[in-house]
Ligand binder design. Structure first.
Ligand code: MLT
Length: 323
């Protein structure tokens, strides 16, 4: 009898999952962004959402859910209904969170369905326009001499701007005061307004300001120069050997989302990457579309595992905990 009840319950769950998948999506889909509107993750999400709307036939609505370096948004999506209507976009922060937040209320490696990676984004090391040093070499000398006066903005522990700043401080061997914001959109505003001195931020937000000359640029964080800023040297080629921070993005659904729904979201992401408008916008902003092998659940899941294994020891060594 117990066996029959279990069988019936499983069949019902399967049937309702497949009904849900057939009708999906019949209302707007929410794409949750863990950082402030107008910032780099938001810029990628809004372009992606527009392109996905064209495939899904339903609006993809952006919800900016801020706080705790992206972990509030990720935690909320982990607990959302597994029906495909709540989707998360997040970056390297998914891999740094378990080490940074020792009381993290969700597990990035088990509490989600893994849809796909999307784009890789380089970062740029910036100073406020009137910061005296003009080159990376001058900047290093300057920060060493003025360590107690210089500050570095970031978007909270778990943000890539924080990670990049940490790698810079370690590479140069200097401690600087850090100032957290709820995204690099407000952090960049503070840099433009001269309230903070330095910021390491993604090209998806910084390129227009670099081109307008409203910030000082010291280099890109990729191993090689990038097409969107070919004249700009990397930090590595200017002497910070091995300096590399590249921002990767993943799309996640709550655990238990039916496989046919995951496949529909995946198909919409794939179509977005083939969409000329999306591809053109990303290329102008320095973002690189990921290869097909990363447009899969396994491509994202195994990358997340590898990145978690890479960052965990670094963070524990630095003792940089959020709690
Ligand atoms: C943002 O969108 O504000 C950024 O991705 C934050 C960061 O991680 O630096």
């Amino acid at each position: 009898m117990k066996l029959i009840r279990c069988f019936l319950a499983a069949s019902l769950a399967l049937a309702s999952g497949s009904l849900l998948a057939q009708a999906y999506p019949n209302r707007p889909v929410t794409l949750v962004v863990p950082f402030a509107a107008g910032g780099p993750t938001d810029v990628v999400a809004r372009s992606l959402g527009q392109a996905m709307t064209r495939t899904l036939g339903q609006s993809v609505v952006i919800e900016n859910k801020l706080g705790a370096g992206g972990t509030l948004a990720a935690g909320a999506v982990a607990k959302a209904a597994p029906d495909g209507y709540t989707v998360l976009i997040h970056h390297n922060g998914m891999a740094t969170a378990p080490a940074l937040y020792r009381k993290l209320p969700f597990n990035p490696l088990t509490d989600f369905e893994y849809v796909s990676q999307v784009v890789d984004v380089p970062m740029t090391l910036l100073g406020r326009k009137d910061l005296p040093p003009n080159t990376l070499a001058e900047l290093i000398t300057y920060v060493k001499a003025n360590a107690d006066k210089i500050n570095l903005a970031h978007a909270g522990l778990g943000a890539v701007s924080h990670l990049c700043g940490m790698v810079f401080r370690q590479a140069v061997g200097v401690e600087l005061q850090t100032i957290p914001f709820q995204g690099t959109a407000p952090a960049l505003n503070a840099l433009l307004g001269g309230q903070v001195d330095m910021l390491c931020d993604q090209t998806t937000q910084t390129i227009p300001h670099i081109k307008a000359g409203t910030v000082k640029l010291y280099g890109v964080t990729t191993p090689a120069r990038i097409n969107a800023l070919p004249q700009v040297p990397t930090l590595d080629e200017q002497g910070l050997k091995g300096f590399q921070v590249v921002v990767w993005h993943g799309i996640y659904l709550p655990k238990g989302t039916p496989a046919p729904v995951i496949e529909k979201v995946q198909a919409a992401v794939r179509a977005a990457l083939k969409d000329p408008t999306f591809a053109q916008r990303m290329s102008e902003l320095g973002a690189e579309l990921v290869p097909d092998a990363k447009l899969t659940s396994e491509g994202l899941r195994s990358w997340l595992q590898a990145e978690t294994d890479r960052y965990g020891p670094m963070i524990r060594k630095a003792g940089a905990y959020a709690d």
